[in-house]
Design a protein around this ligand. Structure first.
Ligand code: CUA
Length: 354
């Protein structure tokens, strides 16, 4: 009887072990914060995490081992008398109070040192960026640039240079996290939080909003693109240029349709009458590899699908669906849908905004 119940336990235990093994193998996952870290803050956190993890693991197995040992050794058996009942053993109680206190005191030293070392300090020679959380995308304002560079979702940084962030939100609480580069920082409306880290390697890093912020929380992604200083300078210069003028007929038509529609009340394209502040700044939209909270690759087909059916692709999104002729779809009051051909022209225009 006992043996059979053990067998029944074995199967879920094996499945659980396989799941743990499977997740352990996924160390090349883009948001794995344990391996291949490339930012100062992420590395500091990891240097703290590793020893604390092993201390905790030791305590866990030591205490659980004693519990299992006592449960097996002193288990009830037929004919056994009730063991002698005791209460209170000052020496033992003092010992098991003092040892955890000592362990916590030891762990507190590197913890407090790390808290101070990762605290954001404004100073010279930093790239300063103001991050604004929106439902559900990220806005980045490069502080001190003139004309000011404002972009969305893809954060571009120079390698080996400290980046200093101030963060706040226009709607609800979000949290900014790029696992391979930094720790998490809450993005709170009405309050400015700060964050600082130095990226040590060029490349592309994935991030994610980590504070539940309603429907499309899971779709509030981001990328950090770390470039060499020269490439970063070139990028910044290109972002400061006014929006490109469309050259093809289709893109020119797209510009006209864009400018005569509701698009301009939400989006800014520098140097045009589009100056809305609700949605992402599109001045250099085509220079970004992804859009809509870094959900989609920035390809004409994806942008076309997006303008047609925003809310089908990203639940809760503020931008209405502009596609005509979709079944059971009534556009919100005050605006009308845009024909397929006109959307294609808008896409041609947006994709010309390098
Ligand atoms: Cu923003 Cu979750």
């Amino acid at each position: 009887m006992e043996r059979r119940s053990l067998g029944r336990l074995a199967r879920p235990a094996i499945i659980l072990a396989l799941i743990f093994l499977g997740t352990a193998c996924a160390s090349h996952a883009p948001q794995d914060y344990l391996h291949h870290l490339a930012g100062s803050e992420a590395r500091s956190a990891s240097r703290l995490f590793t020893p604390v993890f092993w201390i905790a693991a030791f305590v866990f197995f030591f205490v659980e081992g004693l519990v299992v040992f006592a449960a097996v050794k002193f288990r009830d058996r037929p004919g056994r008398e009730e063991p002698k009942q005791i209460h209170g053993n000052s020496a033992l109680e003092l010992t098991w109070t003092a040892i955890p206190a000592l362990i916590l005191a030891v762990v507190a030293v590197p913890t407090v040192l790390t808290i101070f070392s990762v605290a954001a300090k404004p100073g010279p020679n930093q790239v300063k960026i103001h991050v604004v959380g929106h439902q559900w995308w990220w806005e980045y304002q490069y502080v001190g640039t003139n004309p000011e560079v404002i972009t969305a979702n893809e954060l571009v940084l120079p390698v080996n240079k400290p980046a200093y962030f101030t963060l706040d939100s226009v709607d609800v609480i979000h949290s900014f996290w790029v696992p391979k580069l930094s720790g998490k920082q809450d993005v709170v409306p009405g309050r400015t939080n700060t964050l600082e880290f130095t990226p040590f390697e060029t490349g592309e890093y994935y991030g994610q909003c980590t504070e539940y912020c309603s429907l499309s929380h899971a779709n509030m992604r981001l990328r950090v693109i770390v470039k060499t200083q020269a490439d970063f300078d070139a990028w910044l210069q290109q972002q400061q240029a006014p929006a490109a003028q469309p050259t093809t007929t289709q893109a020119q038509q797209g510009q006209q349709i864009f400018m005569s529609n509701i698009c301009i009340t939400c989006h800014t394209i520098a140097g045009t009458q589009a100056s809305g502040q609700v949605g992402p700044n599109l001045t250099h939209f085509a220079s970004r590899g992804t859009f809509a909270g870094s959900m989609f690759d920035n390809t004409p087909a994806n942008v076309d699908a997006w303008i047609h059916q925003t809310s089908l692709l990203k639940p809760g999104v503020i931008m209405p669906r502009f596609g005509c002729g979709e079944t059971n779809y009534q556009p919100p009051a005050g605006f009308h849908c845009i024909s397929d051909a006109d959307i294609q022209s808008i896409v041609a225009y947006l994709e010309s905004l390098k």
